[in-house]
Design a protein around this ligand. Structure first.
Ligand SMILES: CCC/C=C/C=C/C(=O)SCCNC(=O)CCNC(=O)[C@H](O)C(C)(C)COP(=O)(O)OP(=O)(O)OC[C@H]1O[C@@H](n2cnc3c(N)ncnc32)[C@H](O)[C@@H]1OP(=O)(O)O
Length: 294
């Protein structure tokens, strides 16, 4: 089994990651054009405090614009992927809201916070680079909202999942209710998991289609994700990113609308060099082409 290289080695090799420095996230570039974003609050089980919500959005917005980034692998440092929202920050936030006497202003304060947290999760979809997520240990509450906004999910044999919000007394509000039914393509199981908040394991996650592969441990799961990411990164970034844009767009549109969307994107992209390069290489059985950053 290949070992995962240390972050220091990656940073030496691909120095552009040093631009991306955060309090709650670690960003490295383990392979050419592959960025690795790690939730980095291991002592607090990578729980979502205010800086993490905000930095996730900043990071994915920045990677969206980073020409050298073609694929993102998302994982968590420490013993598990994430234990969900930081309950202390949740309590602190509600106590701040309760200090606002006027109901209209209190409601606006709560609304604005929810919208910020939603935007943080949705930044994975807004980023046109494919996001491959790797869950190990546990993925609770906000975590399952997050990974359902990723393009691909892998997990380890020891992983478990929980849409825990109803146990915390709230209806999940950062994406899982909207995305999980589509991700698993089965509203009955999605609703059961959201209503009961029961834990489910890696085997069930694979069986319902939440994850596409279960790997023995974190090292093999990360290596697998990085290999898939490197394969995607070797392809035309113009083609890959248009594919993601259209898959996301088509999720809640008719085939006709989705087809119109891809026709509009491709009428521009078909004039680009990547199509010609790829077609010539395939037709002549030539070498795999290299593509410019995008
Ligand atoms: C508008 C936004 C809306 C978003 C909503 C999102 C909702 C949710 O995410 S609901 C889910 C909330 N999360 C939980 O209920 C999980 C709570 N944690 C646990 O059940 C256990 O910690 C767990 C089973 C994950 C792991 O247990 P273990 O025995 O291995 O570790 P612990 O000793 O419990 O935890 C280690 C330290 O982490 C702190 N911690 C764990 N979870 C949270 C959390 N959710 N919020 C804040 N802090 C957490 C725990 O207190 C320990 O800290 P310390 O005592 O300082 O070592």
């Amino acid at each position: 089994m290949k070992a995962v290289k240390s972050t220091a080695t990656f940073l030496r090799t691909y120095s552009s990651a040093s631009k991306y420095t955060y309090e709650t996230l670690a960003v490295s570039v383990p392979k050419k054009n592959v960025y690795h974003v790690e939730l980095n609050r291991p002592a607090k089980l990578n729980t979502f405090n205010l800086p993490l919500w905000s930095e996730l959005k900043q990071c994915f917005n920045a990677l969206h614009k980073e020409p050298e980034c073609r694929v993102v692998v998302l994982s968590g440092q420490g013993k598990l992927f994430t234990a969900g929202i930081d309950l202390n920050s949740l309590i602190e936030y509600f106590s701040k809201a309760n200090d606002i006497d006027d109901p209209a202003r209190r409601a606006r304060f709560l609304y604005d916070w929810m919208k910020e947290c939603q935007a943080s999760v949705t930044s994975l979809e807004d980023c046109t680079k494919p996001v491959l997520s790797v869950v190990h240990g546990a993925c609770i509450g906000a975590g399952i909202n997050l990974v359902t906004a990723a393009d691909v999910r892998y997990c380890t044999e020891d992983a478990w999942f929980q849409v825990k919000e109803v146990e915390v007394g709230l209806a999940a509000d950062v994406g899982v209710l909207q995305r999980l039914p589509k991700v698993v393509g089965n509203t009955s199981i999605a609703r059961e998991l959201c209503f009961t908040a029961r834990k489910f394991d890696a085997k069930e996650a694979l069986q319902i289609g939440l994850v596409s592969k279960v790997l023995p441990d974190k090292e093999s799961a990360l290596n697998h994700a990085l290999d898939v990411a490197a394969d995607i990164a070797s392809k035309s970034p113009v083609a890959v990113q248009a594919t993601k844009q259209n898959l996301i767009y088509s999720q809640d549109k008719s085939p006709k609308e989705g087809l119109e969307h891809i026709a509009l994107i491709n009428m521009v992209n078909h004039m680009g060099e990547d199509l010609t390069k790829s077609a010539i290489a395939l037709a002549t059985k030539g070498e795999k082409p290299e593509f410019e950053d995008y």
